[in-house]
Write a protein that binds this ligand. Structure first.
Ligand SMILES: Cc1cc2nc3c(=O)[nH]c(=O)nc-3n(C[C@H](O)[C@H](O)[C@H](O)COP(=O)(O)OP(=O)(O)OC[C@H]3O[C@@H](n4cnc5c(N)ncnc54)[C@H](O)[C@@H]3O)c2cc1C
Length: 305
């Protein structure tokens, strides 16, 4: 038997924030596609009170200036994809969007839902991390701008999260004070725009150890007058990797890179990877590490030509 949920809508962002403050146990949803995907029973079950952001204009559109893109958190992925030819979207982000589900599902799936889904990081996480995206969160008291890199540590636990197992676990164990803190919604995703000489996006390891979307890898390279002026690597899935020291190792290098430099860089990459994930499960970690290193090697080798 399906539980009955109270489904709330808001006309604008202020109304959504008002509801978030005043309706107890309110959960935010975008397109519901992730929530739906997590359920394998005959009925679609949603807990308690649900606030859908899909009809709020401020949250379902995006704009572009010379310096940045601003996506309302409930912007459907298909909308971003369809407008990509007229307004430029960074290639790594566009490729990542196109790799998600089917066009029909992307009509509902939102950028905010992809970032806020609990558990393993979803497909857009790595490209947004590499692009130094900034997330805007709101509640009735404040607006906070959180760099993507700080999201997990500062904010993920402050969202009302509609994950059934977590929801029921929280319901039983959490104290009311902790629940009360969960009163933010993601309102905007800001992506700084910079020219990139090379943009790489790939996915691997789908369907491995309960992480059905696998890992996403985003690599960005900018060269100015034959010198690497910016270099970024982000990996996200069951774990997240972004390392400024490693990136800085290559910044300032002259192009084309020498084979000796590339092997130095790859040794450094492996060293950093080992340091960050020394506690990870050994068997899975080795498998992911090899794929991760091979993908990076292929991209960096391209800078030898
Ligand atoms: C067949 C199928 C294939 C899929 N393939 C992929 C794939 O390859 N890669 C991938 O990444 N995903 C995939 N998905 C999952 C999903 O479509 C995407 O992750 C999508 O971007 C989620 O967005 P949504 O709006 O539907 O999220 P929802 O399901 O509405 O929400 C997901 C979570 O985010 C929270 N949330 C949503 N919006 C906000 C907000 N503004 N503020 C705070 N919290 C919020 C919700 O409370 C919930 O916990 C697939 C889904 C299906 C059905």
């Amino acid at each position: 038997m399906t539980k009955v949920s109270n489904f709330y809508e808001a006309k604008n962002l202020s109304e959504a924030i008002f509801q978030l403050k005043n309706i107890s146990e309110l959960n935010i949803v975008g397109g519901c596609t992730q929530i739906c995907h997590e359920q394998n029973g005959d009925f679609f079950d949603l807990p308690g009170n649900i606030l859908c952001l899909k009809n709020i204009d401020e949250l379902t559109n995006f704009s572009r200036t010379e310096r940045r893109l601003e996506f309302g958190a409930a912007t459907p992925l298909a909308k971003i994809e369809n407008r990509a030819s007229s307004g430029k979207i960074p290639g790594v982000l566009l490729e990542a969007i196109k790799s998600i589900a089917t066009p029909a599902i992307r009509n509902f799936a939102t950028i905010g839902g992809n970032i806020c889904s609990p558990g393993c990081k979803k497909t857009l996480y790595a490209p947004l991390l590499a692009l130094d995206a900034i997330l805007e969160f709101k509640n009735d008291k404040e607006t906070k701008l959180v760099p993507m890199q700080k999201f997990e540590e500062q904010f993920a636990s402050l969202l009302p999260q509609l994950n059934l197992s977590e929801f029921f676990k929280d319901f039983i164990t959490e104290n009311p004070e902790a629940k009360e803190k969960r009163r933010y919604l993601l309102s905007k995703v800001i992506v700084p725009l910079q020219p990139w000489t090379l943009e790489h996006f790939s996915r691997f390891n789908r369907d491995s150890y309960g992480n059905e979307y696998g890992f996403s890898l985003a690599i960005l390279v900018r060269d100015e007058k034959g010198v690497v002026s910016d270099f970024r690597i982000a990996l996200a899935g069951a774990f997240v990797f972004r390392d400024r020291d490693l990136e800085n190792f290559i910044v300032g290098s002259k192009l084309p890179l020498s084979p000796k430099f590339v092997s130095h860089f790859m040794a450094k990459t492996e060293e950093r990877f080992d340091e960050v994930f020394k506690t990870a499960d050994f068997c899975f970690y080795q498998m992911d590490k090899t794929r991760f290193l091979n993908s990076i090697r292929n991209v960096v080798k391209g800078l030898m030509i």
